[in-house]
Structures are given as C-alpha cells and as structure tokens.
Write a protein that binds this ligand. Structure first.
Ligand SMILES: Nc1nc2c(c(=O)[nH]1)N[C@H]1C(S)=C(S)[C@@H](COP(=O)(O)O)O[C@H]1N2
Ligand SMILES: [Mo]
Length: 309
C-alpha cells in the first residue's frame, strides 16, 4: 500500500473534508488511476463531509487500523485478519433485509448506497475496547436505511448476521464461536445517529479485515456490537442472540456493559491501552460509554448495568 496515507497531510491541521479534497488532488497529480477501478461509492466518499460527531483527536494510521483487528472468521489473533481476509470475495454482495419491515428483500450494495436519503459522511470515531484507536470511517446512519425499508410498529430489535463462507473463511472451521457471527441492537440503539453502517475507512473502500463491504459501527460499544461483513438485517420483536453472549453467557450479556465503574467478571474496564501509541503504549482512563455518554446515556437511564450487563 505504498503511498496510501503518509504524513503528507496533517490531520490535526486541516478539516477532514479539506484533507480529503487535498488527497484527491494529490492522487490525481500522482496519476493514481488505480482508484478508477472503484465505482460510485468510492467517489461519493471523496466528497463526504465530516459528521458533527467526529472527534477532533488525530486518527490512527491506515497501518494500525488495518493490521490490528478482530475478525474471528479469519483467525483469533489480532494480526490474522490482515493476513487471511484477502480470500473474502465481496463482488456482487447482497444484504437480506427482512422481518418486520415494509419492504423486505435482497438489496445489492448499489441498492443500499444509491438511496436518495442516504448521505455518506466521515465519522472519525474513538473505537474503544480494552484498547482504543481513532478511526475515520466512511458511512451513513443505519436509521437512513431502516427508514427507507420501513420499520413496522411491532419491531423492537435489529438482528445482524455476518456472511458464513467456509471456503473463504479459514477461521470458521474452528468452533471458537457458533457461526455465523450474529449481533443485535435494541431499536432505539439502532436508530441513534451515532450508529452507522460503514463502507470505507480513510478514502478507501472497507478493507476485508475491517469487515468489507459493509459493517456496523456502534462507537460507544465498539468491540461488541460492530459486526462485520453483514449479509442479513432482521427487524424483530424478540431480543436477538449475540455471538459473544452465546460463547460465554455469564460474561457477555446482550447489552455488553461498557461502564468503567462496573467491572467485567474477569477484569476491570476502568482503563484502555492506546493503540498506535508506539512502543510505550499508554493507558488512559476509560470514559463512561467510551466517551459517547453525552449522546447515548439516555438510552440506558434507569437500567441496572450489573443485571443488564
Ligand atoms: N463478523 C465478525 N464481526 C466482528 C468480529 C468478529 O470476530 N467477526 N469481532 C468484533 C470485535 S471483538 C471487535 S473488537 C471489532 C474489531 O473491528 P476492527 O478490527 O475493524 O477494529 O469487530 C467486531 N466485529
Ligand atoms: Mo472485541
């Protein structure tokens, strides 16, 4: 990925939009016609404006974002997805949208991205787990898509499912999780403007190891809820199964508690390791709802997070 994202542009000095436009000019100047192979969606991204929710913190490098991953379908090591996910084929990708919706059906990526109400933006989010990084995702609000397919009044949850392709995913031959990978959100979590479907990172289409061609990002519960390579979205009246809950129900509940004051059964959640901090990786205190408390704390008011973990 020579010349992909070097320090020729300083993200702390320019607005994301200006950086993208500059980047485009640089690419044109360099005769980088390789980008020509990427159709509509990638072009839309170059004009994407930053979301109002973007953090001002400096994004981690392309290298960090695309080589420190969790995607168990390609192995359980952090470096396995970058090494193995090249086998995933994303051409002709389809997403089944079903359950309690007015317009159920099989949607191609074009169907999804060419929607009239849909606006792709840059979402520079803090993505926190036991570690944290800042990632400039490109995506759109999940609610845009859900509103377009028409959520019926009985729907209370949204269930998501990842592709299951034993031929392309070496990790699914091991029983480390019950495949396919599944996740779920309560409808109000799904409709929150911070919940996005992402199709790119920096100015590139989503790399396979990050969940190409379309994955969920729930920034305040990043590691748990942000399911990759989605092939099915189901609106339902019943709380859906989640992969981590199925794998270890006593440690991971549906809500995936991220309250730094409420420990996980086996470890404290009070601090995170800053990835991309170099050799002397810092730890810093983890904020309530990973720093998105002001936007999303209302979703959980009155809930006992020790019970609803
Ligand atoms: N299908 C699928 N989605 C997944 C996972 C996975 O193993 N399979 N891992 C989750 C976990 S544990 C994390 S921390 C994030 C990592 O996303 P990233 O590698 O893009 O940072 O993806 C989530 N989505
Ligand atoms: Mo994770």
């Amino acid at each position: 990925m020579a010349g992909r994202w070097k320090n020729d542009l300083n993200w702390s000095d320019v607005t994301p939009k200006a950086a993208w436009l500059n980047r485009r000019q640089l690419m044109a100047g360099a005769g980088a016609l390789a980008l020509g192979g990427i159709a509509g969606p990638a072009l839309a991204k170059l004009n994407a404006a930053p979301s109002q929710y973007s953090t001002a913190e400096k994004p981690d490098s392309w290298e960090v974002v695309t080589t420190y991953n969790n995607y168990y379908e390609f192995g359980t090591g952090k470096e396995d997805p970058a090494r193995n996910a090249h086998t995933l084929t994303t051409e002709g990708w389809q997403v089944e949208i079903d359950g309690l919706v007015d317009k159920p059906g099989t949607y191609t990526m074009d169907d999804i991205l060419k929607g009239t109400s849909l606006e792709e933006r840059i979402y520079r989010f803090r993505c926190v787990e036991a570690w944290s990084m800042v990632v400039p995702w490109v995506g759109f609000e999940l609610s845009d898509l859900l509103n377009r397919v028409g959520v019926q009044s009985g729907a209370k949850y949204v269930a998501f499912e990842t592709a299951l392709r034993p031929d392309e995913m070496p990790g699914v031959n091991s029983r480390v999780l019950d495949w396919p990978y599944v996740e779920g959100l309560r409808l109000d979590e799904a409709m929150n403007p911070l919940t996005i479907l992402a199709t790119g990172v920096y100015d590139e289409p989503m790399p396979n190891q990050n969940g190409a061609p379309i994955r969920l990002i729930v920034p305040w519960k990043y590691g748990f809820k942000s399911i990759k390579s989605i092939v099915r979205i189901t609106l339902t009246d019943t709380q859906p199964a989640t992969s981590w809950n199925k794998a270890n129900a006593s440690e991971y509940g549906f809500y995936s508690n991220v309250n730094p004051e409420v420990s996980h059964p086996r470890w404290s959640q009070a601090s995170e390791r800053v990835i991309g901090g170099g050799l002397f990786a810092k730890r810093k205190p983890t904020l309530m709802l990973n720093g998105y408390g002001p936007q999303v704390a209302d979703l959980y008011s009155g809930m006992d997070l020790k019970k609803n973990f």
